[in-house]
Write a protein that binds this ligand. Structure first.
Ligand SMILES: Nc1ncnc2c1ncn2[C@@H]1O[C@H](COP(=O)(O)OP(=O)(O)OP(=O)(O)O)[C@@H](O)[C@H]1O
Ligand SMILES: [Mg+2]
Length: 224
């Protein structure tokens, strides 16, 4: 079964008098338990695609299904439940809550259903795994950009999502930390069966079994 199926997705932004066609008809199918890289030049539509896949924005036209749900058919409330239950995000612009510390930010997806016993300890454990054991009480503004990314990754890992969407997760990290982040995403994929879609310029992390989608000028120009 496919985890994500997009048919003829377009997204046009109306800014001033000239519309920007960020996506111009993207069709793609990603199977369950797949690891996909999205590559392409700056401004080609990669983040726009990720926002649509993550149900953070709606397409201008076309359809997108994730985990068998037609996102266009869901109300805003249903979309936010869907995001909370099924998706993990590591996005620069959809990140942490400023007045919560690192542990609390990792626990955000769990508060809605009431925090199960032991979750706080698991959150701390996960933060240690991403190298933030000595930053547990820090709030986002007391963390560097890369440390904030790692909090978001810890949150996604703890949540055990069906689909992890990561937009330049290692953009602000040194190469050692970047490699660790990819190792963590790989373990979520291999051990928990999550599908991962990652936008990155770090193509050295691509493995033979991965899919690579190249987007240029709002269209998929290559898929392998
Ligand atoms: N909210 C918005 N309003 C207007 N235009 C937008 C908006 N978001 C993106 N765009 C435009 O759509 C195009 C695609 O943007 P997008 O962010 O998807 O590119 P990208 O491939 O992620 O680039 P980068 O590698 O630089 O992050 C760009 O020309 C951008 O200026
Ligand atoms: Mg982008």
């Amino acid at each position: 079964m496919s985890l994500l199926r997009a048919v003829n997705l377009t997204k046009t932004f109306a800014i001033g008098s000239r519309p920007v066609e960020a996506l111009r008809g993207v069709s793609i199918e990603l199977p369950e338990n797949s690891f996909t890289f999205v590559v392409g030049p700056s401004g080609s539509g990669k983040s726009t695609f990720m926002h649509l896949a993550g149900a953070l924005e709606r397409p201008t036209s076309g359809t997108i299904e994730v985990a068998g749900r037609d996102l266009g058919a869901l109300s805003d409330d249903e979309l936010s439940d869907f995001r909370r239950e099924k998706l993990g995000f590591v996005f620069q612009a959809f990140n942490l809550i400023p007045n919560l510390n690192a542990v609390e930010n990792v626990l955000v997806p769990f508060y809605a259903k009431g925090l199960a016993e032991g979750m706080r300890e698991k959150a701390k454990e996960m933060l240690k795994r991403v190298g933030l054991g000595d930053r547990l009480d820090h709030r986002p503004r007391q963390l560097s950009g890369g440390e904030q990314q790692r909090v978001a990754i810890a949150r996604a890992l703890l949540k055990d999502p069906l689909l992890l969407l990561a937009d330049e997760p290692t953009g602000e990290l040194d190469s050692k930390t970047g490699a660790e982040i990819f190792a963590l995403m790989r373990s979520l994929h291999r051990e928990k069966g999550a599908s991962v879609v990652v936008v990155t310029h770090d193509t050295r992390y691509i493995e033979p079994a991965d899919r690579v989608i190249r987007i240029e000028d709002g269209r998929i120009v290559e898929e392998k």
